[in-house]
Design a protein around this ligand. Structure first.
Ligand code: HEM
Ligand code: HEM
Length: 124
C-alpha cells in the first residue's frame, strides 16, 4: 500500500480504536450523552478517512501530489477538532471547535471532490 493510502488507513484505524473504546465506555456506564461525538469520530475518522484511503489505493498517482498531503492534514485536523468540539457543544461550553472542525471536514471533502474529478482518467 502506497504512502497516502497507508497514511489514511493507519490514521482511520487509530481513530476507530478510540471510537470503539469510547462506545464500550458509553455502554458500560450507560451514559450516552456524548454519543454524537463518538458517532462523528467513527463516521468522519474511520468511515470517511478509510474511504479516502481506498481511493488513493485504487488511484496511486492521486496520492503523489502535494494536494494529497494537504488533504490528509485537513481531514485529520478536522476530526481532531470536531470530536472534542461536539463534546463541548453538547456540554454548552462553546461551539468554536465544532465549527472549525466542520469547516475543515467539508474542506477535506471538497479537496477530495476535486481529486476525484481531476484524476478520473487514471482510475483502474
Ligand atoms: C465497540 C464498538 C462500538 C460500541 C460499543 C458503540 C456504542 C455506542 C453507543 C452505546 C451509542 C449510543 C446509542 C444511543 O444512545 O442511542 C452509540 C451511538 C452511535 N454509534 Fe457507536 N459504538 C461502537 C462503534 C461504532 C462505529 C464503528 C460506528 C460507525 C462506523 C458507530 C456509530 C455510531 C452512531 C452513528 C451512533 C449514533 C446513533 C444514534 O443516532 O443514536 N459506532 N454507539
Ligand atoms: C462537516 C461534517 C459534519 C457535520 C458538521 C455533521 C453534523 C451533524 C449534526 C449537527 C447532527 C445532529 C446531531 C444530534 O442531533 O445530536 C448529525 C447527525 C448525524 N450525522 Fe453528521 N455531520 C457531519 C458529517 C457526517 C458524516 C460524514 C456522516 C456519515 C458518514 C454523518 C452521519 C451522521 C449520523 C448517522 C447522524 C445521526 C446520529 C447522531 O445523532 O449522532 N455525519 N451530524
Amino acid at each position: 500500500m502506497q504512502g497516502t493510502a497507508f497514511r489514511f488507513f493507519a490514521t482511520a484505524t487509530v481513530f476507530v480504536v478510540f471510537g470503539m473504546a469510547w462506545g464500550i465506555h458509553m455502554s458500560a456506564t450507560g451514559d450516552h450523552l456524548h454519543a454524537p461525538a463518538h458517532a462523528h469520530l467513527n463516521l468522519l475518522g474511520w468511515v470517511t478517512m478509510a474511504l479516502f484511503g481506498v481511493y488513493y489505493h485504487l488511484v496511486p498517482s492521486a496520492g503523489t501530489s502535494r494536494l494529497a498531503l494537504i488533504h490528509y492534514a485537513v481531514a485529520t485536523l478536522g476530526v481532531l477538532l470536531i470530536t472534542p468540539g461536539i463534546v463541548m457543544a453538547i456540554d454548552g461550553t462553546g461551539e468554536a471547535l465544532a465549527k472549525a472542525g466542520s469547516v475543515l471536514s467539508i474542506l477535506s471533502m471538497l479537496i477530495f471532490l476535486w481529486t476525484v474529478i481531476s484524476t478520473r482518467s487514471k482510475t483502474a
